[in-house]
Design a protein around this ligand. Structure first.
Ligand code: UN1
Length: 514
C-alpha cells in the first residue's frame, strides 16, 4: 500500500515537499482505502520540471530505436502485469474487470504500436528549386511535456500521451488524476522496470487545482497534454495561450447513436446499451443520446428497456456485473441532479433515476442505469455532459432530422448511425460533426491505430493515437544544405530558374528571373 512517498522525481521516490497527503478510495466501498499519496504543490512540480529539463539533453540524443526499445519492454511488462493492473483498476476507479483488462490492453497496444515507430520515417526529403541544395524536414522533440490525465482510462490515456512523447525524445512530468494515483504509481514502477533513465519521466501526484495548474504555469514546460472536462480545458488552454505554450486538449462529449428505421434493431439495441452504460457512462465517448426514428421508436424503446433492465449493477470484481459504481459521491450527486433537471424540463424517467443505497450498495457510489424518454434538443440533459449511467431517448423524423439533432450540441467527439442503407451511412459519415463516426457500431470502442479526438468544444484540433500521436509533442525542423562547388550565392525565388515565360532551363544568367 502506498504511504505518501509517491512522487517520482529525478529517479527517486519522495513525499510532497510539505509532507501533505491525500487518500485514494474504492468507489465500490468508500471505507476501503487504496493508499495515501503525496499532495503535491508548486514546489514539487518545480523540482519535477527541473529534473525533466536536466534529463532532456541526454534522452533526446539517445537513438530513436533505443528509445523505442524502452516502450517495447514496457509493452511486455504491461502484458505480464495485465491482470494485477486490471484488478487494481477495479478497486481504485470501479470499472468492471473485463473493461479494466481492456483499458490495460489499450496501453499494451499503444506501447507496441509506438515501439514500431522507432525505425519508421520521421521526416521527408524534398527536391530543391536550386542546384546542389539538399532539403529535408524532420520531427524533433520539443523538450519537457506536461501530461495531465483523467481517472476514467487510468492506464490507457497516460499511455496515449506518454509513449509518443518519450519516443520522440521529450522528457515528461506526469500528473495523474487524484482519483487514480495508485494506478499511476504502478504505471511508473513498470516504466522503471523497463529501464526508464532517471529524470526522463517524473510523477507528481495531487490535485488538478494545485499540482495540475502548477504544471501548466511551470516555466520549463513546453507542451501540456490534458484530457478532462471542457471547463478545465478552456482554463488550461487560455493559460497556455498566454505563455505561448503548446497545448493539446481532449475534452467533453455529448455523443449520440442514431437508429434509423432500416437498422438491425437488435444490433442497435446492443450497441446503445454498451455505448450508454459501459464504464457506467463515464467515457468521453459514452452515448448519452439515442436518436430514434419515429416510425420504430416504440419497438426500439421496448427492446432497449428490456436490455437495460437486465443489466446487473455492483462491484466490478463480480463477473456477473456489467455496471460498476461511479467514481465518487460528488459525481453520484451530480448525476442525480441532472436526472432531476431532466424531469423538471419535461423528460420522463422510464428506467432507473435513483441512487442505489440498499444492502451492498450502501457503502459505494452506485447509480441505477437510467433512461430518460421524451427528451428534446434544447433540454440541458440533451446538451450537457453528464458522465454517468444516464441516457436520453430523442425522437427524430428522418435521416436529415437525425443529422441536424446529432450535430446540435457544442461538442463533437463520437457519433454513430445504425442503418442498413449504404447511402444513408455515407450521408451520415459526410455530415456528422465529430472526430469519430461509427456505422453499425456504438460510440465507444476506438482502436489505437486511428486518430482519437473531437471537433468543436471537444478539443483544440489535436488528436491522440494513430500515427499522428507524435504531432502534439514534436516540432518540424526544415534543413537546407548547400553542397555546390561554385562558390556563388543562389537566392531562393530570385536566382532560380522558372518554367514559365520561355525561360531557359540551362541555368546561369539568362534563365534567371529578372
Ligand atoms: C475516454 O473516455 O476518454 O473508444 C477514452 C473508447 C475508448 C477510449 C475512451 N477506447 O471509448
Amino acid at each position: 500500500m502506498y504511504d505518501g512517498r509517491t512522487n517520482y522525481i529525478g529517479g527517486q521516490w519522495c513525499a510532497a515537499s510539505n509532507g501533505a497527503t491525500f487518500p485514494s478510495l474504492n468507489p465500490a466501498d468508500t471505507e476501503q482505502m487504496i493508499g495515501i499519496f503525496a499532495r503535491s504543490g508548486a514546489e514539487d512540480v518545480r523540482r519535477a520540471v527541473e529534473a525533466a529539463e536536466q534529463a532532456y539533453p541526454q534522452w533526446s540524443r539517445v537513438p530513436k530505436p533505443a528509445r523505442a526499445a524502452l516502450l517495447l519492454r514496457m509493452g511486455r511488462l504491461l502484458e505480464q502485469n495485465k491482470e494485477g493492473l486490471a484488478r487494481l483498476m477495479v478497486l481504485e476507479m470501479g470499472k468492471v474487470l473485463e473493461e479494466a483488462r481492456g483499458d490495460v490492453q489499450e496501453a499494451i497496444d499503444m506501447a507496441y504500436y509506438m515501439a514500431g515507430f522507432g525505425r519508421m520515417p520521421d521526416g521527408y526529403v524534398v527536391p530543391s528549386e536550386r542546384p546542389d541544395i539538399y532539403c529535408a524536414a524532420r520531427r524533433v522533440p520539443v523538450g519537457v511535456v506536461g501530461v495531465i490525465t483523467p481517472w476514467n482510462f487510468p492506464i490507457a490515456i497516460p499511455s496515449w500521451k506518454i509513449f509518443p512523447a518519450l519516443l520522440a525524445g521529450n522528457t515528461v512530468v506526469f500528473k495523474p488524476s487524484e482519483e487514480t494515483p495508485g494506478l499511476a504509481c504502478r504505471f511508473v514502477e513498470l516504466l522503471i522496470e523497463a529501464g526508464l533513465p532517471d529524470g526522463v519521466l517524473n510523477l507528481v501526484t495531487g490535485y488538478g487545482s494545485e499540482a495540475g495548474m502548477a504544471l501548466v504555469e511551470a516555466k520549463g514546460v513546453r507542451v501540456i497534454s490534458f484530457t478532462g472536462s471542457t471547463a478545465v480545458g478552456k482554463q488550461i488552454a487560455s493559460r497556455c495561450g498566454e505563455q505561448m505554450k503548446r497545448v493539446s486538449c481532449e475534452l467533453g462529449g455529448k455523443n449520440a447513436i442514431l437508429v434509423l428505421e432500416d437498422a438491425d434493431l437488435e444490433l442497435g439495441c446492443k450497441g446503445a446499451v454498451w455505448g450508454a452504460f459501459a464504464t457506467s457512462g463515464q467515457r468521453c465517448t459514452a452515448a448519452s443520446r439515442i436518436l430514434v426514428q419515429r416510425s420504430i421508436k416504440p419497438r426500439f424503446l421496448q427492446a432497449f428497456l428490456e436490455h437495460v433492465a437486465r443489466l446487473r449493477v455492483g462491484s466490478g470484481l463480480d463477473p456477473n456485473v456489467e455496471v460498476g459504481p461511479v467514481i465518487n459521491r460528488h459525481q453520484l450527486e451530480r448525476i442525480h441532479e441532472y436526472v432531476q433537471i431532466g424531469k423538471a424540463e419535461g423528460a420522463e424517467v422510464v428506467m432507473g433515476g435513483t441512487v442505489l443505497t440498499e444492502g451492498a450498495y450502501a457503502k459505494g457510489c452506485y447509480y441505477a442505469p437510467t433512461v430518460l424518454d421524451r427528451v428534446t434538443p434544447k433540454m440541458r440533459i440533451a446538451q450537457e455532459e453528464i458522465f454517468g449511467p444516464v441516457t436520453a431517448i430523442m425522437e427524430v423524423d428522418d435521416l436529415a432530422d437525425a443529422l441536424t439533432t446529432a450535430n446540435a450540441t457544442a461538442y463533437g467527439l463520437s457519433l454513430s448511425v445504425y442503418t442498413g442503407d449504404v447511402r444513408k451511412a455515407f450521408r451520415a459519415i459526410e455530415q456528422l460533426e465529430a472526430g469519430l463516426v461509427y456505422v453499425n457500431l456504438p460510440t465507444s470502442g476506438a482502436e489505437i491505430q486511428l486518430p482519437f479526438g473531437g471537433v468543436k468544444q471537444t478539443g483544440n484540433g489535436s488528436r491522440e493515437a494513430g500515427w499522428v500521436a507524435m504531432d502534439y509533442c514534436t516540432e518540424w525542423k526544415s534543413v537546407y544544405i548547400n553542397y555546390s562547388e561554385a562558390g556563388e550565392l543562389v537566392r531562393a525565388q530570385i536566382d532560380t530558374p522558372v518554367l514559365s515565360d520561355g525561360d531557359s532551363l540551362s541555368g546561369g544568367g539568362e534563365g534567371r528571373r529578372p
